[in-house]
Design a protein. Structure first.
Length: 634
């Protein structure tokens, strides 16, 4: 048989057949590669550097989490916000890559000694004596999933980039004329005479004729109308509504108490002032000086003179102290007494206990209510996860809210409320559940058309809800007979406000025409307006309770002698600018120097940003928008 096959393979038809077979296998195997030729799988390219999708996805997720926390959003970020964050993240990575490429091209290096100096100077790695602590260093790296090599490489790159950026922006000095102008504007102060003309200081007008009240009611229907209401049925599935049905046994409470005993048995804490030095004789001398009555400020100076470290440790438990030996001595000492030198792993320490926070134990009985609530909520959360799918299936099958099975344990209610969640009786709608759920439900009710089939929606705090809008009750003017008292009160307020507006206008005109504001107010004989008040010197950001913030803004647009009149809550304010206080840099040298340094720092940042932008453009960046959108849409 094999011989026959070998003879057959030697024929030309067989050779042609096997050749075609080999070619077909070749195309089958390389088909994917051929199809993918020319497809770019990188997120971006710049200056010869490739940014991978994995790098972008990791950086984007970090930025997304940080921004979400900063915005205090309970709801997931919108697709538009995600795309914006992803775009900003990629822009940052591209700029970083362009800067790194320039550093490598220029051959900028960081000597090992400089790298070591920066590591040793980092406050996060400083031990109790103030020096570099290898243990803290290793712990910090481990907590961030970094090796020493990775950390040092990242720091070396950062320092090299800093050299380039600082070289480009070194020597930035703002012009003296610019600094003086900014200083004069920022530090300028203004003083004014001010008088309040409150609405309630006007004489109460006589009751108007019935026709006046009728016209006021007709001309301002929006003020005397009932709000729009929605008649709604709601079902709620949340841990809070289910927790009341959950039974928690005493054994479960006791077990939870034991498992979290550290929370209920808080050990004593002590705060101490510590002097640490490698020399025992120096420690003994410092202890003697301290016992003689020197205060802590004096001892800090004395420690510095002897090359010792002065440290204040906030109240901490014994386990939180950096040295077990020191902790043992501290918790055996009397408060307020200076200890003898204590030998620790870093030398000799002398301390004084400055604060004692007694330990506190919460008994099982005292902790039981909170534990029961916590355990019930935890069990209820699991029940929610179990029931949510069943509720969705029931609603998808067309089941109305009123016919949902009782076994689903939903909290149901029906009622009428307005956009503020208030019922027609003027009470808050009794919507149960976690904080924020009621507001979410009310907002949804006013965007849902009547009769729309209900669907299960997410709420805050692992809650869910569904609703059906039965009826829209439109806003409607209240009959005059019902609203007469409100209409009369509104008309009286308006009349008194108009009366006071005339008084304020007369005062403003008198001050504007060069007259004395005090004389104009005195002519009122103590009626209608408050006494004239001279403001303290006001800066642009002044926050003086007796001076309205809106008035401060207007005062900085006036010249001395000019007047203004503004309406504020409860009345009018009339003011006349009397003085402009111009700051003198020679008398505020320290503040002027700080401003100059701030302006210089801002100019340096601008130059650095311009350099990074130029380097990025020179690197001819190419962005893969498809991958960017895919990552933002995950």
């Amino acid at each position: 048989m094999l011989g026959s096959l070998r003879r057959l393979a030697a024929t030309w038809p067989a050779r042609i057949f096997f050749g075609l077979l080999i070619i077909s296998f070749g195309f089958w195997g390389v088909g994917d590669m051929v199809r993918n030729l020319g497809v770019d799988h990188a997120a971006a390219h710049v200056a010869g550097t490739t940014i991978s999708p994995q790098t972008l996805a990791s950086a984007y997720q970090q930025d997304l989490n940080r921004i979400t926390l900063a915005l205090h959003q309970s709801a997931p970020p919108s697709p538009a916000l995600k795309v914006m964050i992803a775009d900003q993240t990629l822009r940052r990575l591209v700029a970083q890559a362009a800067l790194d490429a320039t550093v490598r091209r220029l051959g900028i290096r960081v000597p090992p000694a400089v790298l070591r100096q920066h590591v040793y100077a980092m406050p996060g790695f400083a031990g109790p004596g103030g020096g570099f602590d290898r243990t803290l260093f290793d712990q910090a790296l481990a907590s961030h999933n970094l090796t020493e090599t990775m950390f040092l490489a990242s720091l070396r790159t950062t320092l090299a980039e800093r050299q380039l950026l600082h070289a480009a922006s070194a020597g930035m000095t703002p012009p003296a004329l610019l600094t003086r102008a900014i200083f004069a504007s920022a530090r300028q102060q203004r003083v004014a005479e001010m008088v309040r003309v409150p609405f309630n200081a006007a004489p109460i007008p006589a009751s108007p004729a019935p026709g006046v009240i009728t016209r006021w009611w007709q001309n301002h229907p929006g003020r005397f109308s009932t709000p729009e209401y929605r008649r709604v049925s709601i079902v709620i599935l949340s841990p809070q509504t289910l927790a009341a049905q959950v039974q928690v046994s005493a054994a479960e409470i006791a077990a939870a108490y034991q498992a979290d005993l550290a929370r209920y048995r808080q050990p004593e804490k002590r705060g101490v002032e510590v002097l640490s030095t490698p020399d025992q004789a120096a420690a003994a001398a410092l202890a003697a000086q301290w016992r003689a009555g020197a205060d802590w400020a004096t001892m800090q100076k004395a420690a510095a003179a002897k090359g010792a470290s002065a440290i204040v440790l906030a109240p901490s438990t014994a386990a939180q102290f950096p040295s077990p030996v020191l902790a043992k001595a501290v918790f055996a000492a009397l408060a307020g007494t200076v200890s003898a030198p204590v030998k620790t792993g870093l030398g000799y320490s002398v301390f004084r206990v400055s604060q004692v926070v007694p330990g506190k134990t919460t008994s099982l009985a005292a902790a039981t209510p909170a534990l029961r609530q916590r355990l019930a909520l935890a069990t209820a959360s699991r029940l929610v996860d179990h029931l949510v799918g069943k509720v969705q299936d029931a609603l998808a099958g067309g089941t109305s809210l009123s016919k949902l099975p009782p076994a689903l344990d939903l909290a149901g209610l029906e009622g009428t409320f307005d956009r503020q969640g208030m019922t027609p009786e003027g009470k808050k709608a009794p919507i149960p559940g976690p904080a924020g759920l009621a507001a979410r439900i009310v907002a949804r009710a006013f965007t849902t058309p009547p009769g729309q089939p209900p669907q299960l929606l997410d709420g805050p705090g692992d809650s869910y809800f569904a609703l059906t809008v039965h009826k829209i009750i439109p806003a409607a003017p209240r009959p005059l007979a019902q609203a007469r008292a409100q209409v009369l009160a509104d008309w009286l307020r308006h009349a008194m406000a108009k009366s006071q507006e005339r008084v304020a206008t007369a005062l403003y005109v008198a001050a504007k025409n060069g007259g004395s504001l005090k004389a104009a107010v005195a002519a009122l004989h103590g009626r209608y307006a408050s006494p004239v008040f001279t403001t303290p010197p006001l800066g642009r950001a002044a926050n003086v309770p007796s001076v309205p913030a809106d008035l401060v803004k207007v005062l900085f647009t006036l010249h001395p002698g000019q007047a203004t009149m503004i309406e504020v809550p409860g009345g009018f304010v009339v003011a006349k600018l009397t003085r402009i206080l111009t700051p003198d840099p020679a008398r505020e040298k320290a503040r002027f120097a700080r401003l100059r340094a701030q302006i210089a720092a801002g100019m340096a940042r601008d130059v650095q940003n311009l350099l990074v932008s130029a380097l990025t453009r020179a690197g001819h960046p190419r962005v893969n928008h498809t991958i960017l959108e895919q990552i933002a849409g995950q």
